[in-house]
Write a protein that binds this ligand. Structure first.
Ligand code: ANZ
Length: 819
């Protein structure tokens, strides 16, 4: 036959592979271990093009590692807690588990058909009590270390989802999930102390730099946001304690003409005089409606209220007024600033609006056009910056900074400090479908951890309307569940009703895969040591800050608790592009979505996988309008036909075959290795196509299908394709007279002798001009090369009888003749 039946092939091999189970990771294997991980999906509906792309790319590496002889851990599971299941349950008067586990079953079936080399024996769902029991246990471990704690503070509130959000989940002032504008609320919530690792999270990025995408590294650096500056203490009239500010520009202290406290910080309420309290309260009502982005924006009229108190500038001795305003944030620095209008635009705008003094302390260039209209944030000599004890005059910003810090430290007026933008991770959510926080609140004993032997704290049965968001957790309505005896005193107490952010579940799932069925511990530390850290993580860069940062934090925390010895979870990271259509993101509203199921039905698994791998380098977007799954299928049929034309027996000695084809085969294998290691999978496919074409030529000419070199080439094609098109590869392998599975036969051994180039091109120049190119043996001697050049007719013509003064020979590449 000229073609094979795609659907029949899929049906034929799936059960065979299921039996053979070729990708089960053996903990006790003596082979060197590799851990390949791709992000586990959220079970919303069936798999889509995005899943198809990321797993196809990821599978090239995982299958390659198996062929290279490693023992590979390539697990998969489901990140199955979260809001969509809960919202569906409310709509359908059902339980979130119905939606969740129904979709998981669908996705599992699709994954198996899609033939990714996952070790399905290790799968789990984060919403299984056998998993979240350990999420709860880890929460308690972190709490023991002071890394999980509860505090009252203004938090991000999504009015649509009726729950708090972590800073990382607020994008441009809107809820990352539903797009609603995020507001602030004062609440007591649980936090993980991510800031305890701010410096280390930053430092380790240097080590990850070579093997992680630059944009992910940069996003994390910016998110951690380290800055160097100083804390400066200002005396406030009539107040024993100083008002401390954080500034990155202590050099501008002489120009601090007023102070501003975050209006929504407790500090504002403490400082304000009775006379001004009413105004502050009114202002606060307005502030709470604002988003953080708006508040920090520079091109927005400045608002604020005077608090009725004054402070003293420690360098000028001037009495300066203290305001409350929304452009200062409660949870950054100390929640208070020294305002330096001449060097900070927001302070300039505020000073202009409130008619406050502006004193330049950095001299702008003479021709600077902003002299009367704006703040100067550049470098320049210090002016107006001297008193009896300190004189910064003429110094540049850097020197003025360090001089000021030294002075403040000597006088105990302040100290140099490092500040991070990174906040602690707010982890409590007022929703149902998550891991309950394993804490009991007792009027006598306070916060009491649920004893380990009582974990998991399982979710109470709530469904449908009971799950409707009401601003407090729906768990509070399950009174039987809520009311418990205090584990310490036995008196009446209540459970914590919040659940954990689902990002907590995914911050440690890669540890669980090393011993997924262990019900005596979160994971086996020995196995974690044997398998980890993850050699390659493949996923999208929408997780650049959120998930990756949280997973890095968890790894460091677990290391310090003594559970692992990894510093970082993901040694290298590959972030794949998106599948788009007609130049645009696929979306319902544009109606340009590509349905994976339809594509698979039309072209088959292999053609879709091959298309996704061949379309572009993995980091680039794939425009489905530009690719040709039909072309991929035709190529696969062409490759498959080779296997039918081979007439030599399995095991025929290729050494007796066509050397030209053999050289190409070995070169292709060699290059494929290099290309795969460099993640240039698309080029690897292109090379495989060239080998297919050359093999076809050899069959149709010369000694035809009987040549053992043709068998060698066809078998090599099958092995190369086993990384990308597993069904076609297996079918070829069978037709070539072998038993399944081609996926584990081992990578072809390259004969170095066949990689040697037969000839190289030598260039002959006369008077610096190229006159001839000669095909010569790579090991030609200088004398032979010179003689060959001198004999060449075009060279003879170029010399034109003139006297040869000098001949420079660099064998085997160059002859340079000077006349
Ligand atoms: C005086 C000053 C003068 C400042 C100047 C800047 C320029 P980064 O680099 O992001 O850390 N700041 C401090 N706490 C703040 C808060 N809670 N809300 C809003 N702004 C705050 O920024 C640090 C600078 O941002 C600090 O340095 C402070 O203003 C302001 F010519 O102090 B600066």
């Amino acid at each position: 036959p000229a073609t094979y039946d795609v659907a029949a092939t899929e049906q034929k091999w799936q059960p065979v592979w299921e039996k053979l189970d070729p990708f089960r990771a053996d903990d006790s294997s003596p082979r060197e271990k590799r851990y390949a991980l791709t992000m586990f999906p959220y079970p919303s509906g069936d798999l889509h093009m995005g899943h198809a792309e990321v797993t196809a790319l990821h599978d090239v590496i995982a299958r390659y590692w198996w062929q290279k002889g490693y023992e590979v851990l390539n697990p998969m599971g489901w990140d199955s807690f979260g809001l969509p299941a809960e919202n569906a349950a409310i709509r359908n008067d059902a339980h979130p588990a119905d939606y969740t586990y129904g979709n998981i079953a669908t996705q599992l079936e699709s994954f198996q058909k899609y033939a990714v080399s996952f070790d399905w024996s290790r799968r789990f769902n984060t919403s299984d009590p056998s998993y979240y029991r350990w999420t709860q246990w880890l929460f308690l471990k972190l709490r023991e270390q002071g890394l999980a704690y509860r505090k009252n503070s203004p938090v991000n509130w999504c009015p649509h989802d009726q729950t708090v959000l972590a800073n990382e989940q607020v994008v441009d002032g809107a809820c990352e999930r539903c797009g609603a504008e995020v507001t602030k609320r004062e609440l007591t919530q649980w936090y993980f102390r991510t800031t305890a690792y701010a410096q280390e999270l930053l430092d380790c990025l240097d080590d990850l730099q070579p093997t992680w995408p630059a944009k992910v590294i940069n996003a994390q650096r910016n998110w951690i946001g380290r800055s160097e500056g100083a804390h400066v203490d200002f005396v406030v009239e009539g107040r024993p304690e100083p008002l401390t500010v954080y500034t990155t520009r202590p050099d501008t202290l002489f120009g601090a003409t007023f102070m501003v406290v975050a209006a929504d910080a407790a500090l504002a309420g403490e400082l304000v005089t009775d006379e001004h309290r009413g105004a502050l309260d009114d202002y606060l009502v307005e502030v709470r409606k604002e988003t953080e982005i708006n508040r920090l924006s520079t091109d927005r009229p400045k608002t604020g209220v005077f608090l009725g108190v004054h402070a003293v500038n420690p360098l000028t001795g001037a009495r300066i007024p203290v305001y409350a305003a929304d452009y200062v944030l409660a949870d950054y620095g100390t929640g208070a600033i020294m305002a330096v209008p001449a060097q900070d635009q927001r302070d300039w705008d505020f000073a202009t609006a409130f008619d406050l003094p502006i004193v330049r302390t950095v001299q702008p260039p003479a021709d600077w056009e902003g002299l009367d209209t704006m703040a100067f944030t550049g470098d320049g000599p210090a002016i107006n910056s001297a008193n009896d004890e300190i004189d910064l005059s003429g110094m540049g910003v850097v020197e003025a900074k360090s001089t000021t810090i030294a002075y403040l430290e000597a006088k105990s007026l302040g100290r140099g400090t490092v500040n991070f933008r990174l906040r602690d991770w707010l982890l409590s959510r007022q929703r149902y479908w998550g891991a309950p926080i394993p804490i009991i609140h007792c009027p006598v004993d306070g916060e009491v951890p649920v004893p380990e032997d009582q974990l998991p704290v399982e979710l109470p049965e709530l469904r449908g309307a009971d799950l409707k968001p009401k601003g407090t957790s729906p768990l509070g309505a399950a009174t039987d569940w809520l009311n418990v005896a205090c584990p310490t005193c036995g008196g009446p107490a209540t459970r914590d009703t919040d659940t954990m952010d689902t990002f907590v579940d995914s911050s440690w799932y890669f540890f669980r895969y090393v011993s997924p069925h262990d019900d005596s511990q979160a994971f086996d530390p020995e196995k974690a040591r044997a398998w980890g850290p993850i050699d390659l993580y493949v996923g999208g860069d929408e997780h650049a800050v959120l998930h990756l940062l949280y997973a890095r934090f968890f790894t460091k925390a677990l290391r310090d608790i003594g559970l692992v010895d990894w510093d970082e979870p993901f040694t290298s990271y590959l972030s794949q592009g998106k599948v788009i259509n007609n130049g645009r993101k696929m979306s319902k509203s544009l109606g340009n979505g590509i349905n994976l199921g339809d594509q698979l039905a039309e072209f088959g698994v292999d053609a879709v996988r091959l298309t996704l791998v061949f379309a572009s380098p993995p980091e680039d977007n794939i425009d489905w309008a530009d690719v040709s799954p039909g072309g991929s299928l035709r190529f696969l049929q062409r490759a498959w036909r080779l296997s039918g034309d081979v007439t030599s027996e399995p095991g025929a000695d290729p050494a007796t075959g066509d050397t030209g084809l053999r050289k190409l085969t070995h070169k292709t294998v060699h290059e494929a290795e290099v290309l795969i290691e460099k993640h240039r999978f698309n080029v690897m496919v292109a090379r495989t196509m060239e080998l297919v074409n050359a093999t076809r030529k050899a069959i149709d000419s010369g000694s035809g299908g009987a040549d053992p070199a043709v068998r060698e080439a066809a078998e090599t094609v099958a092995i190369l394709l086993s990384l990308v098109a597993p069904y076609t590869a297996e079918e070829m392998w069978e037709r070539l007279g072998h038993r399944p599975t081609v996926a584990r036969v081992g990578w072809p051994v390259v004969d170095p002798a066949l990689l040697v180039e037969e000839s190289v091109t030598a260039v002959v120049q006369v008077q610096g001009k190229v006159r001839a190119r000669l095909e010569v043996a790579p090991d030609i001697t200088e004398g032979d090369l010179e003689a060959l050049a001198m004999d060449d007719p075009t060279v003879v013509a170029a010399i034109d009888g003139r006297e040869v003064r000098k001949v420079v020979v660099r064998a085997p590449k160059l002859v340079n003749i000077v006349v």
